[in-house]
Ligand binder design. Structure first.
Ligand code: GLV
Length: 318
């Protein structure tokens, strides 16, 4: 039974411990280069990957005929060519359910930090330029009692909406399909995307990245938002057109933004780096000790299950 397993990055021990009994190779902390990946994957029956590694047909073919599972240590799996995996009989799994609250905390942190200009204030203070308390200094926007628009009301979007409810916010949402259970829980109102953008004070994005959601928020959509609106993205960078966002922020067409994800990570659009009214986090949505342990554990359990001929807990797709 012991198959060869490639773990593409150093992951928490909680996950590695579950792979004892397999012939495991763990690559380093940084992402492997494409060549390193193609070399390291040879002969693997299972790959435990992260969202940083592109898993396409070429990687699957480099692994060879024995490849049976790619277990992503992430809920998003846009890095994996699921169709190529299906054609080759490779099972794909992800880690839904274990990171919702943790990621929702980061989305709400960005809502608050962007509205209250935390990054700008901290930069001022650290640079020794905070000289006095001022009645008109660093005035941001209230969050409590405002309208929060959730784009993509899945598990994470719903957890963000609950936080909004705690701040006395009205909840609007847009989703592929209506969720009447969530509407009851959150007293949420379903709107089409354009109406949501027009009516929200805060817009938080929680869609997966697909062909339909790439650049979902672009020049036209930003133009629908209020001048006092704040945009938050903790989903995937390419859902927002970064150049268009930088333009809207720079010209004050929206008030601020909070981003955890970028179009070409780890690169960030140079114009965004120059702006004061955007809070920039380095893709830390799920980055807590507790949650990364759970993600590593679930990914390893999924991988081990497939190699043992059992059903994985959280397969992707049908
Ligand atoms: C992280 O970005 C994830 O998809 O879990």
């Amino acid at each position: 039974m012991p198959g060869k397993v490639l773990v593409t990055r150093e992951i928490p021990e909680a996950g590695l411990g579950l792979l004892e009994g397999f012939d495991v190779t763990v690559l380093q902390e940084r992402p492997p280069t494409r060549d390193e990946l193609l070399e390291a994957v040879r002969g693997a029956s299972g790959i435990l990957a992260t969202a940083t590694e592109k898993m396409d047909g070429e990687v699957m073919d480099a692994a060879g005929d024995g490849l049976r599972v790619i277990a992503n240590m992430a809920v998003g799996y846009d890095n994996i060519d699921v169709e190529a995996a299906r054609e080759r009989g490779v099972v794909v799994t992800n880690t839904p359910g274990v990171l919702d609250e943790t990621t929702a905390d980061v989305a709400f942190m960005l809502v608050l930090a962007a509205a209250r200009r935390l990054g700008e204030g901290e930069r001022l203070l650290r640079a020794g330029r905070w000289e006095w308390w001022g009645p008109k200094q660093l005035r941001g926007l209230d969050v409590w009692g405002k309208t929060l628009g959730i784009v993509g009301l899945g598990r994470i979007g719903r957890a963000v909406a609950r936080r909004g409810k705690g701040f006395g916010m009205q909840i609007l949402y847009h989703n592929r399909s209506r969720n009447e259970d969530a509407e009851r829980e959150l007293e949420a109102r379903y709107l089409d995307l354009d109406d949501l953008l027009q009516e929200s004070d805060f817009v938080s994005i929680h869609t997966p990245l697909t062909d339909e959601t790439r650049h979902l928020i672009s020049e036209r959509e930003l133009g629908l938002m209020r001048e006092t609106a704040v945009l938050v993205n903790t989903s995937r960078g390419p859902v927002v057109d970064e150049g268009a966002l930088a333009g809207a922020l720079g010209e004050g067409r929206i008030f601020a933004a909070g981003l955890d994800v970028y179009e070409e990570e780890p690169k960030v659009h140079p114009k965004l780096l120059e702006l004061e009214n955007v809070v920039l986090a380095p893709h830390i949505g799920s980055a807590t000790i507790e949650t990364r342990d759970k993600m590593a554990t679930l990914a390893a359990e999924n991988l081990a299950a497939v190699l043992r001929g059992e059903q994985p807990r959280t397969p992707v797709g049908p």
